[in-house]
Design a protein around this ligand. Structure first.
Ligand SMILES: NC(=O)c1ccc[n+]([C@@H]2O[C@H](COP(=O)([O-])OP(=O)(O)OC[C@H]3O[C@@H](n4cnc5c(N)ncnc54)[C@H](OP(=O)(O)O)[C@@H]3O)[C@@H](O)[C@H]2O)c1
Length: 254
């Protein structure tokens, strides 16, 4: 692989690595040469991702962590640094959603989604940034959405959280840029995973409307996101920061 796109010798941390986009992203980072720390709450599923990372010839480290738990996230940094090495790449991908309309949404549900999607991203960025600043290198990629920049019925809290992630990343890019660290957001359209399989079944009209706006007339799959993740983590993207890169079949171009 060209050195521009190679992650050989790098250490990556992937949150939400127990399934969907995170599991595929972890394997893609490994295929590009990185050893990967796999973070989520479900150990059995993390073990499946670890097997796939190892099959790609790289080391995998499982660290069961809830990204909303401040002290657990601090401990995560120490564990990764001690057991795998100093992290170069952080993919903040852990995320949750709901299909509830605003008037039926309990405060606890609002807080659950903001806590995982936005506060979890903040906690992980804060915890890993200090070491990256000291080493003067790092790539942070946060998982946004097409809803980082626009709205959709029945997705109020999710849209709020993902707009927060994108603008948090744009602001953070300015704090970390002088230290050699890039911060970008991936803005994905519907990627079929456990996150949305039931929603696609239960809210078909909403998803048909999304699909009708795609230039490429299909939903995404996890591999559609993996290539952009590897690119943003690679030396080829060293002058790209503060951006939301849409992986959306053309949804936001229309
Ligand atoms: N699928 C889409 O259409 C789509 C589109 C745009 C953006 N996204 C975003 O992409 C990311 C991944 O989504 P996905 O579709 O791959 O969903 P998924 O298959 O449901 O995966 C979500 C991941 O987040 C982890 N997670 C949830 N809460 C967590 C917590 N408190 N601490 C640590 N990990 C936690 C889950 O692991 P555990 O349950 O094991 O903890 C799981 O690994 C999310 O941020 C999502 O918002 C998805």
């Amino acid at each position: 692989m060209s050195a521009r796109f190679s992650l050989k010798g790098q250490i990556a941390v992937v949150t939400g690595a127990s399934g969907g986009i995170g599991a595929a992203g972890a394997v893609a980072l490994a295929e590009a040469g990185a050893d990967v720390a796999l973070v989520a709450r479900n150990r059995a599923k993390l073990e499946q991702t670890a097997k796939a990372v190892e099959a790609a010839g790289r080391k995998a480290l499982i660290v069961e962590t809830d990204v909303t738990n401040e002290s657990a996230v601090k401990a995560l940094v120490d564990t990764v640094t001690k057991d795998l090495g100093a992290p170069d790449i952080l993919f903040n991908n852990a995320g949750v959603t709901t299909g509830l309309p605003l008037v039926d949404m309990p405060l606890a549900e609002w807080e659950r989604i903001i806590n995982v999607n936005l506060t979890g991203t903040y906690l992980c960025c804060r915890a890993f940034a200090s070491g990256m600043i000291a080493r003067k290198r790092g790539s942070i990629i946060n998982m946004g959405s097409v809803l980082s920049g626009r709205g959709m019925a029945l997705r109020t809290v999710y849209s709020a959280s993902k707009a927060g992630v994108a603008n948090f990343g744009a602001a953070l890019a300015f704090e970390l840029g002088p230290h050699g660290i890039t911060v970008n957001t991936i803005g994905a359209t519907v990627i079929v995973t456990d996150l949305n399989r039931d929603l696609i079944k239960n809210q078909p009209q909403l998803y048909e409307k999304v699909l009708s706006r795609h230039a490429v007339p299909r939903f995404g799959d996890v591999e559609d996101v993996a290539g952009t993740l590897v690119f943003l983590a690679s030396p080829a993207a060293r002058f790209i920061t503060g951006q939301t890169i849409f992986v959306d079949g053309g949804y936001t171009a229309g």
